[in-house]
Design a protein around this ligand. Structure first.
Ligand code: NAD
Ligand code: TYD
Length: 334
């Protein structure tokens, strides 16, 4: 099998490739990545020399390049995206270019070359926010994106589904909650907290900190994608979430401080994100029942392992950390 993975130098994409090469050593993987601020070749060092892996630096919006690569592909696994809500508030245009036009470009090429499966990796943020107490997102929840990031991902989902209904392109989609684990950029909440503490800084909590996300260890997500590609039904969407309990941002900060043996006085409340979604929660019954998936990695154990990974892999995050904090200080004054 020949896979084209887009965005394989990012957080989830690099974890996906590492998992896939180990599990399917006879498959070929081409990783197409533009190496934006979020793409790190260092996230691929451990597998970059394997014979069945090839890196191509390029933009998913480049029609010729995408056509040339998809010509030799059986399965597209599409991760590449502008993925950070805070950045989408500062500069929405690049989100529309990459997440909407880039996805459409890939869909066109996939259709032209009759690929076997187009898997789109999406987010629960397309559904908007939930009240603090109440139900969860399901595959039937109407789309209601509230940030430019979420709106651009919603558009990509709609396009992918339209290519299934209109042209019969074999599309599957996973909408997933917040992932955490190794190789996540230091701009995102959990790695930002850990690396702030490792550099003597405070943890920055937006607003009142009572925002709830559904945290999923990245390998559980990657396993779900594997199952959907293998056994998921064409045209179907699967929601993938991990939380065994609901934990708000402030509680996560305190868990991390406890594990790192640091006092709660390291928590600093900063100004809130505009349009900040209060709560995300996922009902994963469909993928659990139909594909027998379940999360294997508990938050308490794997948050500790994630902290340990950042403590041991300073070589990976130290070169990118300054840039993330510069962004926050300069543009958001936090
Ligand atoms: P990331 O920001 O860490 O990585 C994105 C990768 O895409 C980077 O390597 C970047 O260089 C590449 N890229 C960006 N624009 C590109 C372009 N125009 N052409 C080619 N490559 C480009 O993102 P992530 O956290 O790994 O997320 C991967 C996917 O999963 C995204 O589609 C995201 O929306 C989705 N998702 C992420 C989460 C999460 O918690 N991280 C949750 C749900 C869904
Ligand atoms: P983030 O990792 O940006 O993911 P998303 O906004 O896509 O869910 O943020 C997760 C949560 O953490 C969100 O409620 C915003 C909050 N947050 C902070 O409180 N402080 C921070 O420094 C960051 C980066 C995020």
């Amino acid at each position: 099998m020949r896979l084209l993975v887009t965005g394989g130098c990012g957080f989830i994409g690099s974890n996906f490739i590492r998992y896939w090469l180990k599990k399917y050593p006879d498959h070929q993987i081409v990783n197409l990545d533009k190496l934006t601020y979020a793409g790190h070749l260092s996230s691929t060092f451990d597998f970059s020399k394997q014979k069945n892996y090839r890196f191509v630096k390029g933009d998913i919006c480049n029609r010729k390049l995408v056509n040339d690569l998809i010509k030799e592909t059986d399965i597209v696994v599409h991760f590449a995206a502008e993925s950070h809500v805070d950045r989408s508030i500062l500069d929405p245009l690049v989100f529309v270019k990459t997440n909407v036009l880039g996805t459409q470009n890939l869909l066109d090429a996939a259709l032209k070359h009759k690929i076997k499966r187009f898997h789109l990796v999406s987010t629960d943020e397309v559904f908007g926010e939930l009240p603090l107490h109440g139900g969860k997102f399901t595959e039937q929840t109407p789309y209601n994106p509230r940030s430019p990031y979420a709106a651009s991902k919603a558009a990509a989902d709609h396009l992918a589904r339209a290519y299934f209904y209109t042209y019969g392109l074999p599309v599957t989609i996973t909408n997933t909650s917040n992932n955490y684990g190794p190789y996540q950029d230091t701009e995102k909440f959990i790695p930002r907290m850990i690396t702030n503490l490792l550099t003597g800084e405070n943890i920055k909590i937006y607003g009142d900190g009572k925002y709830v996300r559904d945290w999923l260890y990245v390998e559980d997500h990657v396993r779900a994608i594997d199952l959907v590609i293998k056994s998921g039904e064409e045209g179907e969407t699967y929601l993938v979430g991990g939380s065994d309990r609901e934990i708000n941002n402030l509680e996560i900060a305190k868990i991390i401080l406890r594990i790192m043996n640091l006092p709660d006085s390291k928590i600093q409340f900063v100004k809130d994100r505009p349009g900040h979604d209060r709560r995300y929660a996922i009902d994963s019954s469909k993928i659990r029942k139909q594909l027998n998936w379940e999360p294997l990695f508990s938050f308490d154990d794997y948050i500790a392992k994630t902290i340990d990974w950042y403590e041991k892999n300073r070589w990976w995050w130290e070169p990118i950390k300054k840039k993330s904090e510069k962004l926050y200080k300069k543009t958001m004054q936090i």
